[in-house]
Write a protein that binds this ligand. Structure first.
Ligand code: GTP
Ligand code: MG
Length: 182
C-alpha cells in the first residue's frame, strides 16, 4: 500500500485492559481476529492510518513482562496507555506503572492517549474520575486511587472512553495522536 511517514506507537497498560482488542479494531475488518488471547511478551503490527504508517508495539501487561516496556521507550513516537475502567482495585497499580513510565529517561516527551476502556461495563469509572488523583467518593478499601493525570504537565495527553469490543472511541483517540504526529 501507499505508506507515508512511519511512526512507532507503544501500547501499554495492565494485563486484561484491552490493548490487543483495541489494536485489532484498528485493522481493516477482514484482518481482524474475532478472539484475542493474552499477549506473550509483545507483538508488532504495521497499520495504515491516513497518511501515517503506524508500527504498533503491543506489549503484554502481565507482571512478568512489564519490564519489557522500557526496551521500546527510546523509539516511541507516541504512547497508547489502556486502562480497564472497571478494574478499580488495580487502578493504583496502573497508576504506578504509568508514573514509572513517564519518569523513565528513555521516554521522550511524546503524546500519550489514555483509553478508559471497557466503558460498556456497568461498574466502569467515567474518564473524569479516572483522570483524578483520588476518587474521594469511594472508600479506600475499594482502591480509591485513580490516575492523577492532571500531574502530567510536560507532554500532551488525552483521555478517551473506549469500547474495544464495538470499537467506539478508538478512532477519536488515534486521530488525536495522528494530529500530533503528522
Ligand atoms: P495482555 O495482552 O494480557 O496484556 O491483555 P490486553 O490488554 O491485550 O487485553 P485483551 O485485548 O487481550 O483483552 C482482555 C479481555 O478484555 C478480552 O476478553 C477482551 O474481549 C475484553 N475486552 C477488551 N476490550 C473490552 C471492552 O471495551 N469491553 C469489554 N466488556 N471487554 C473488553
Ligand atoms: Mg494483549
Amino acid at each position: 500500500g501507499v505508506s507515508g511517514k512511519k511512526v512507532n506507537v507503544l501500547v501499554v497498560g495492565l494485563d486484561n485492559s484491552g490493548k490487543t482488542t483495541i489494536i485489532e479494531r484498528l485493522k481493516p475488518r477482514p484482518k481482524q481476529s474475532a478472539e484475542v488471547a493474552p499477549t506473550v511478551g509483545f507483538s508488532v503490527d504495521e497499520l495504515q492510518k491516513g497518511s501515517l504508517t503506524f508500527t504498533v508495539f503491543d506489549m503484554s501487561g502481565a507482571g512478568r513482562y512489564r519490564t519489557l516496556w522500557e526496551q521500546y521507550y527510546r523509539e516511541a513516537d507516541a504512547v497508547i496507555f489502556v486502562v480497564d475502567s472497571a478494574d478499580k482495585l488495580r487502578m493504583v497499580v496502573a497508576r504506578d506503572e504509568m508514573e514509572h513510565m513517564l519518569a523513565h529517561p528513555n521516554l521522550r516527551k511524546v503524546p500519550v492517549v489514555f483509553f478508559a476502556n471497557k466503558k460498556d461495563l456497568p461498574v466502569a469509572m467515567p474518564p473524569v474520575e479516572i483522570a483524578q488523583a483520588a476518587v474521594t467518593a469511594l472508600p479506600p478499601c475499594l482502591g480509591r486511587w485513580a490516575l492523577g493525570l492532571d500531574n502530567i504537565k510536560d507532554r500532551p495527553w488525552q483521555i478517551v472512553p473506549s469500547n474495544g469490543l464495538s470499537g467506539e472511541g478508538i478512532d477519536k483517540g488515534v486521530d488525536w495522536l495522528a494530529e500530533r504526529l503528522g
